[in-house]
Design a binder for this molecule. Structure first.
Ligand SMILES: [Cu+2]
Length: 454
């Protein structure tokens, strides 16, 4: 690649991939990339010890090439376009066509050789988070290796000394590169296929972006005020459901690469943390929970068994993380009576709308015009009406007699008769108290919008 070509590629936006010459890629494992956010079928091992492969939520596992005693992988760091949910796409940086990059999967004791090609407009590295390896393979730019310049390919070689749940991400211009979506998961299966066996195994990374309504590229200097709360760079209703049979053992592996903790809450059963990025938790040291706190820069694998079929919620318990982009300085108008006021305000501020005087659920089904490429704050339609969610929310679809190879469950759970909460029609339940509005129009302060600081 000549210098002029390089400069052209990196100019302006930083969203154009750097060209890497064909001869520079000769001899590397065939490059696999995907351009969409589909959940691809788990990838069964083609040789070596057997294992039950993981399913990457809205993602995929990278195939490897056998070369003597090595398993060879090829990751390409590059600008990508990721659909966050239907109706919104983001210009991100990732690996092999998507953000996050593909999951790397192998077996304890495997010797892996990972080629990393840089098609970004700036240098990068990859750090193998949680993996025990020689210091020079740790991927910290400047400290343990020179940076990988645009157009260059580096090779990492190490042995997977222990099984577990790990991840990879850059250790170069980290704030920018992780805010742009550069990350991926690593699963190392036990060499003994009878250890830590589950029926279904899922993995995803928790990430967050700050993308102004109407725009496509994340703000990379944001520290805490993100507005898109995502799993594998997807927001509800773009996050696929997990599926599981009643009585089966389900494992969900999660990693948190955002700048805050996420209490991940599962409905319908209790769960146990069985593995962290430090290794497996001894069975005697596990305790039941229904919410597992995901610290920043950490991974947790949880295991559970559902006794009851249904569509069970799985979500972050920070309620603003189950929402789409919103203003944070919205005043609380619950209980305020706007009668007569709206018409007068519209005289000076055409288009003024009253929202939130009875709560915010009305936003779940409001047909409000949104800026282009912007997700609503709350959305989703369930069998009983608006689900009023966004961000970090999906469902685990648990069914009786689910086939072992079933990867999707169509439709909503059909509840047996008499098992759904219903309106009471059996007569008066006692006195109902009602109070009037708490403020009057004279003292009311009205603000239009309140949408700064998205
Ligand atoms: Cu959260």
């Amino acid at each position: 690649m000549d210098r002029r070509h390089f400069l052209r590629g990196s100019a302006a936006t930083g969203l154009t991939a750097i060209a890497v010459s064909r001869s520079a890629l000769a001899g590397l494992p065939e490059l696999e990339t995907h351009a969409d956010a589909a959940t691809r079928p788990p990838l069964a091992p083609s040789d070596g010890p057997p294992y039950r492969p993981v399913t990457t939520l809205n993602g995929w596992t990278l195939p490897w090439r056998r070369n003597g005693e090595w398993k060879e992988f090829h990751l390409v760091a590059e600008p990508v376009v990721r659909e966050i949910a239907p109706g919104m796409k983001a210009n991100l940086w990732g690996y092999n066509g998507q953000s996050p990059g593909p999951t790397l999967e192998c077996v304890e004791g495997d010797r892996v050789r990972i080629f990393v090609t840089n098609r970004l407009p700036e240098h990068t590295t990859i750090h193998w988070h949680g993996i025990l390896l020689q210091n020079g393979m740790d991927g910290v730019g400047g400290l343990t290796q020179p940076h990988i310049d645009p157009g260059k390919t580096f090779v990492y070689e190490f042995e997977m000394r222990k099984s577990g749940t790990f991840m990879y991400h850059p250790h170069a211009d980290e704030m920018v590169q992780m805010a742009m979506g550069m990350m991926g998961a690593i699963v190392v299966h036990p060499r003994n296929p009878l250890e830590h066996v589950v029926d279904r195994d899922y993995i995803f990374l928790i990430n967050a972006y700050d993308i102004d309504p109407g725009s496509y590229t994340p703000r990379v200097a944001t520290m805490t005020e993100f507005n898109l709360w995502t799993w594998n760079s997807r927001a509800f209703p773009g996050i696929d459901s997990l599926v599981c049979g009643t009585g089966e053992r389900l494992r969900i592996r999660m990693g948190n690469l955002t700048m805050t903790n996420h209490p991940i809450h599962l409905h319908g059963t209790e769960l146990f943390v069985s593995c962290t990025d430090g290794g497996w938790v001894p069975a005697t040291a596990r305790w039941p929970e229904v919410t597992v706190d995901m610290p920043v820069g950490a991974m947790r694998a949880v295991e559970c068994v559902f006794r009851d079929p249904g569509d069970w919620s799985l979500h972050c318990h920070k309620s603003h993380h189950t929402m789409g982009p919103m203003g944070h300085r919205v005043p609380n108008l619950i209980g305020v009576d706007h009668a007569g006021l709206v018409k007068r305000i519209r005289g000076i501020a055409p288009g003024y709308m009253v929202m939130g005087d009875t709560g915010m659920s009305e936003m779940g089904d409001m047909q409000m015009p949104l800026p282009e490429n912007t997700l609503p704050m709350m959305t989703g339609e369930g069998p009983f009406g608006a689900i009023e969610m966004g961000g970090m929310f999906t469902t685990v679809k648990v069914r009786d007699g689910l086939a072992q190879d079933a990867r999707e469950v169509a439709g909503w759970y059909e509840h047996p008769e008499g098992t759904v909460a219903r309106e009471w029609t059996g007569g008066q339940v006692g006195e109902v108290r009602q109070e009037g509005p708490v403020a009057d129009g004279d003292t009311l302060q009205v603000r239009r919008g309140g949408h700064e600081g998205h």
